[in-house]
Design a protein around this ligand. Structure first.
Ligand SMILES: O=C(O)CCC(=O)C(=O)O
Length: 291
């Protein structure tokens, strides 16, 4: 908190708790460790105390940083901090050649640990400036959609469906692509990075909803702000207020590539249980220790 200018700290503290706060905040010019090693092939083994302190310190200003062990083990250091550096051939968000479609990281699996937000801190930007993080504000998007599209997306759920050569199967739970209040709509897109075994599509029993989802996704991709994260930039994202993605880019694989640190954040107290209802109890999630 002492390291941040007062105005920046004020905006960070509002992010999760003020209904009028921005959906995401970009802070530039953070001082990093004096000696950043070449961008590693993952998994790497290094410590960056100043940069890690920024990442986790910013997360503590918002709430509590956390990681998802297991989910991370193949392509990162694991634990609280995940390294994002290009790893061609690997599935998921470390794959540079794919355009990462918009998603809110929420409400699809129904798991208790879906992140309310996350932080990306750039140790090194893409020297070609091809990797652009997309942020689409839900409020802005809903204001741009046709009324019938908003109605259709609030009326009926959509469902992710895996398409294999010989079968179709549901993935995750059905979800409403638009929920929340009129003033503070919650837009949820879902995205699965390219997978060798299957492709996917988003379907609905309601034909208008299915069409509106695709239209809204295309519009969100056009409307999204594109952020060229460079060294010393931190992007703080509130998943309840925006969807995020990333353009494809060309890695050099010579140590000069884009390298981000990432952590998830929870504001702490949250409602558990489904379906969404004001009667659900508020609990403090047990994120830091194993039962
Ligand atoms: O690499 C980026 O800019 C975005 C990565 C991303 O989509 C994520 O961390 O979920």
């Amino acid at each position: 908190m002492k390291w941040l200018p007062e105005e920046a700290l004020f905006q960070v503290l509002r992010l999760f708790v003020d209904a009028r706060a921005a959906p995401a905040i970009l802070i530039s010019g953070l001082a990093l460790d004096s000696d950043i090693p070449p961008t590693p092939a993952l998994p790497g083994d290094f410590r960056l105390p100043v940069s890690e302190a920024w990442l986790l310190g910013l997360a503590r200003c918002l709430g509590v940083p956390y990681g998802m062990l297991g989910f991370y083990s193949d392509n990162a250091r694991g634990g609280l901090i995940r390294d994002l550096s290009p790893k061609p051939g690997l599935g998921g968000i470390n794959q540079p050649h794919i355009d990462l479609g918009l998603e809110a990281q929420a409400c699809v699996s129904g798991a208790a640990n879906e992140p309310e937000g996350f932080i990306l801190l750039a140790l090194r930007g893409d020297p070609q400036h091809g990797a652009l993080t997309r942020i689409c504000s839900s409020q802005h998007l809903v204001a741009c959609l046709e009324p019938w599209q908003v109605r259709a997306l609030r009326r009926s759920p959509v469902q992710t469906q895996c398409v294999r050569t010989d079968s179709l199967s549901p993935y995750g739970k059905p979800f409403y692509a638009i929920a929340g209040s009129e003033e503070d709509p919650r837009v949820t897109f879902f995205y699965i990075p390219d997978h060798q075994d299957f492709s996917y599509r988003i379907v609905s029993d309601d034909a208008e909803t299915e069409a509106a989802y695709q239209h809204a996704l295309n519009m969100a991709t056009d409307l999204a702000d594109k952020v060229d994260l460079q060294a010393g930039d931190a992007l703080l994202i509130n998943n309840a207020r925006c969807n995020h993605g990333r353009t494809a880019f060309e890695p050099q694989l010579d140590g000069s590539d884009r390298w981000l640190l990432k952590t998830f954040v929870t504001s702490g107290w949250r409602q558990v249980g489904a379906p969404v209802s004001s009667k659900r109890p508020l609990v403090w999630p047990n994120l830091l220790v194993k039962p």
